[in-house]
Design a protein around this ligand. Structure first.
Ligand SMILES: [Zn+2]
Ligand SMILES: [Zn+2]
Length: 145
């Protein structure tokens, strides 16, 4: 069976991605870095294995920002419109694509990460991890909504 294909683009369309299959995980991140970089109270992220994502247009228009030199989050954006493209996590071979930029995807998060840093409380009954999921190296400690 062939997997579903999604397309994603920055605001101006200079950078375009083709994405194969459903996300490995969908989550809401409340961390201070995501909030400030995305300029939003919560980041809705879709985690994909890096090999499922192909840059089909505008590779030369992609800029990379790392908050610290040894940061595990390589934040990629369009140098024309500043639109956020994805956040690579090379140490786990995954990339995080903003759900809002994936055309036709239904965003169904299963958890909240870095809830200790939240500025907006969410009452949706999903697990609220203090940092993140133990499956991807977090403490797994849960917080009240
Ligand atoms: Zn752009
Ligand atoms: Zn974050």
């Amino acid at each position: 069976m062939s997997e579903v294909q999604y397309k994603s683009a920055c605001l101006c369309g200079a950078v375009q991605l083709e994405i194969t299959g459903e996300p490995a995980a969908m989550a809401c991140c409340h961390c201070d870095s995501c909030r400030r970089w995305f300029g939003a109270p919560i980041h809705g992220g879709c985690l994909y294995s890096i090999d499922k994502v192909r840059i089909v247009k505008g590779e030369d228009r992609i800029g990379t920002f790392k908050y610290t030199e040894d940061s595990e989050s390589h934040r990629k954006y369009c140098t024309s419109c500043s639109g956020r493209v994805m956040v690579d996590h090379p140490s786990i071979n995954m990339t995080d694509i903003p759900a809002v930029s994936i055309q036709g995807l239904t965003f169904v998060p299963t958890l909240h990460s870095h809830y200790a840093e939240r500025v907006l409380r969410i009452f949706d009954g999903l697990p609220k991890y203090k940092d993140f999921d133990p499956d991807v190296g977090g403490t797994g400690e849960l917080l009240e909504e």
